[in-house]
Design a protein around this ligand. Structure first.
Ligand code: SF4
Length: 220
């Protein structure tokens, strides 16, 4: 652990929390709804995911067993607002199959599995990458795993804390190696980074109004 990186990361967290407050993320009524959202949010805005989940709710499809039994075409039709709906329908069906066949539909049992082993199983499902798997581990299973996304890369590379070419694992290690492992901290930190990137650290950044404006920057 690097003390200076820890101090920097904690300082950034404090600045973001002071500006944005508690984010109440991930918005979902059940762990399985988190799983669905984690798949549907790939390459789309959250407002589109909300519409797709509302359709699934209305059709009473928010259970692993029901999604597992539903034809891909039926799922695709319901999740159309999320984009890439044929591909995502196949992914949802595969993840529902995993939870149904391996865990008898019991997400609590699934989440009791050791974190690294469960992560490997999730990653073995076609279409489940590291960000999706880690979102499931953190937000559905309450495991202390830091979720990295393109926003995390953007913010922390702009501030010289991650290399421009840094990959997922390297950025994840920045947080996992330098912060205490806590579900609440990782949950809130990821959500705050998302809010920061959506509000200020856009493709064209609005640094003068940003809560991190006083921190050293390297690329903007
Ligand atoms: S908007 Fe500017 S100050 Fe804010 S996080 Fe992005 S690069 Fe940093």
């Amino acid at each position: 652990m690097s003390i200076s990186k820890r101090i920097q990361l904690e300082h950034i967290f404090d600045l973001l929390y002071q500006r944005f407050g508690k984010r109440h993320w991930w918005p979902a009524d059940s762990p399985f709804e988190v799983v669905i959202g984690a798949v549907l949010t790939q390459n789309t805005a959250w407002k589109n995911v909300e519409k797709a989940i509302a359709n699934l709710k209305q059709a009473q499809m928010l259970s692993p067993e029901k999604l597992y039994r539903e034809p891909v075409s039926g799922i695709a039709n319901l999740i159309r607002p999320s984009g890439f709906y044929n591909q995502k329908a196949k992914r949802l069906k595969l993840v529902a199959a995993y939870i149904t066949e391996t865990w008898n539909g019991d997400m609590d049992a699934m989440c009791r599995k050791e974190t690294g082993a469960l992560r490997n199983e999730l990653l073995s499902i076609n279409g489940i990458g590291k960000e999706t798997a880690d979102s499931i581990l953190l937000y559905a299973c309450n495991k202390p795993v830091f979720v990295v996304d393109s926003y995390t890369h953007r913010v922390f590379s702009r501030h010289g804390m991650a290399a421009e070419e840094a990959g997922y694992d390297e950025i994840q290690e920045l947080f996992m190696d330098n912060l205490d492992h806590g579900t609440r901290l990782f949950n809130e930190y990821h959500a705050l980074i998302v809010e920061l990137a959506k509000t200020f650290c856009k493709t064209k950044p609005l640094c003068d109004r940003c809560p991190l404006s006083d921190l050293p920057r390297v690329t903007v």
